[in-house]
Design a protein around this ligand. Structure first.
Ligand code: HEM
Length: 456
């Protein structure tokens, strides 16, 4: 395996900036490409790379396909980008497979849809304090004002105990990248080419990357595709629905945990099937693979975490190792952050059920992968948005499913296998709505330099 060139790779691809609690995203339309390139040239030293640890601020940059085109990337190189990236997230076909229909349809999006302005560039800004973030943002926006139009500034909001808005600890399970992250248990270890173009993939081949004529330039190498989706969460509806199941307080949390696959504090149901432990030892948070729970009696097959990463679940292959290897071709590196005020400061379910507040809140879902179709889109289409996932019949992802579905079965059941009789939740409403989306490419530092100098 070739060594990783950390100083060439933008840091967000490999690291989550967990200590930088404040973040905001700027989406821009480039009006004057040459002046924008000049800005990039002046600021390339401020882009955070993965050879150093970001201390108080971090900055990363990514482009849509129209953005790369506008900056004169040669047609030859541009054409080698994947079809999904070049077409973008909001085509009719893609909307159908991602479940972006009805309430989720791009026609209703705040950004990235057919009736909103074209996005060329995404700047991702991180800081260790609100003041530092504000200073960074106002510096960047005042510099770029003359040659770009700002389409969106999307702010984020760190919540109590690193939770997401429904009240569950997030960001616990991520793949380890061989040669990058040290604590690689074999089953959770991915070849670097599953995340970075031009590196060795899980198939033992080099992940294809767009390059220049005569193979002189390696434009796409060490870059990664970035999925960005604004997912609005109806927190009150989530907890009210569980309340209406007429169960005791503890049972509501139990049902919600069954939907997620983890307790609010992150403890996996696989290891703690009946009760949330007082403390979760981080060392064991991912120490499970479902192989001792083939029926889903502990962690339901339909739960969010089991269907977005089935680990060693028997998916019809001959042995455990094959199942894991097959699942590992569909992993993603998540980098999302919540936005909007929490419905309750400590995300208490009882308080959130009663709270009266209609302010928008949700998750800015971001993830990296080397192959949009095989990784992000596969998860969304074949696992999340599929009511027949691994032997189920009418169960979409209980958190993410879009209900009622535009076509086919309603998908609004949630099956909880348990002895002596399974329990079924029925008529689950929609809790998460897509409000925006785009596919970006986050290039390496050497590719940024090539863009700065491209003048076809
Ligand atoms: C508002 C939307 C979402 C919410 C509230 C949400 C919430 C969560 C929570 C609470 C966890 C468990 C914590 C952890 O393991 O890190 C989790 C894990 C995960 N989610 Fe989501 N999620 C959302 C959207 C998505 C989407 C759109 C995808 C991909 C299509 C996704 C993929 C995953 C994956 C891959 C894991 C880790 C599973 C594992 O390896 O065990 N999530 N999510």
């Amino acid at each position: 395996m070739q060594p990783i060139n950390f100083s060439n790779i933008q840091s967000l691809i490999l690291y989550a900036y967990k200590d930088l609690h404040h973040a905001a995203y700027l989406m821009l339309h480039i009006e004057h490409p040459d002046l924008f390139k000049q800005w990039l040239d002046d600021n390339i030293g401020n882009i955070t790379t993965s050879n150093t640890r970001a201390k108080s601020v971090a900055l990363n940059i990514a482009f849509t396909a129209p953005g790369l085109h506008k900056l004169n990337l040669s047609q030859h190189t541009y054409q080698q980008f994947s079809r999904e990236f070049k077409e973008g997230i909001a085509t009719n076909k893609r909307s159908q497979l991602l479940g972006d229909e009805g309430n989720n349809a791009p026609e209703g999006w705040n950004w990235g849809g057919p009736s909103t302005p074209d996005i060329d560039v995404l700047l991702l800004c991180y800081a260790d304090s609100g003041a530092a973030l504000e200073a960074q943002m106002s510096h960047i926006t005042s510099e770029l004002e003359a040659y770009t139009t700002q389409i969106q500034q999307l702010n984020t909001q760190a919540l109590f105990d690193r939770k997401e808005h429904f009240g569950f600890k997030d960001g616990l399970a991520q793949p380890n990248i061989a040669g990058v992250h040290s604590k690689a248990e074999e089953s959770n270890s991915l070849a670097p080419g599953e995340l970075l173009l031009g590196q060795e993939s899980g198939y033992g081949t080099t992940t294809p990357f767009p390059h220049g004529e005569n193979n002189f330039s390696d434009f796409g190498k060490d870059g990664s595709y970035l999925v960005f989706r604004q997912l609005e969460q109806d927190v009150k509806r989530f907890w009210q629905y569980l309340d209406q199941q007429n169960t005791e307080e503890d049972n509501k949390i139990y049902l919600a945990a069954k939907m997620v696959g983890r307790w609010p504090n992150g403890a996996p149901l696989s290891l703690f099937p009946t009760k949330e432990p007082d403390h979760l030892n981080p060392a064991i948070a991912n120490n499970f693979d479902y192989s001792d729970d083939p029926q889903g009696n502990h962690c339901p097959m339909a739960s969010h975490i089991r269907r977005t990463n089935p680990r060693a679940t028997d998916l019809g292959l001959s042995d455990k190792k094959d199942n894991i290897a097959s699942v590992n071709h569909h992993r993603i590196m998540r980098r999302g952050r919540p936005y909007g005020k929490p419905l309750h400061k400590y995300l208490s379910p009882t308080a959130m059920m009663k709270a009266d507040d209609t302010e928008p809140r949700g998750l800015h879902f971001l993830c990296f992968n080397a192959d949009l179709a095989r990784q992000f889109e596969f998860i969304q289409q074949t696992w999340v948005n599929n009511e027949k996932f691994n032997g189920l019949y009418n169960d979409l992802d209980p958190l993410l499913g879009s209900r009622p579905k535009e076509r086919g079965p309603s998908g609004d059941d949630f099956t909880i296998p348990q002895k002596p009789m399974r329990h079924k939740l029925k008529s689950i409403p929609q809790f998460v709505t897509t409000k925006g989306g785009a596919y970006f490419f986050m290039p390496s530092i050497s590719a940024l330099k090539q863009l700065i100098n491209s003048n076809e």
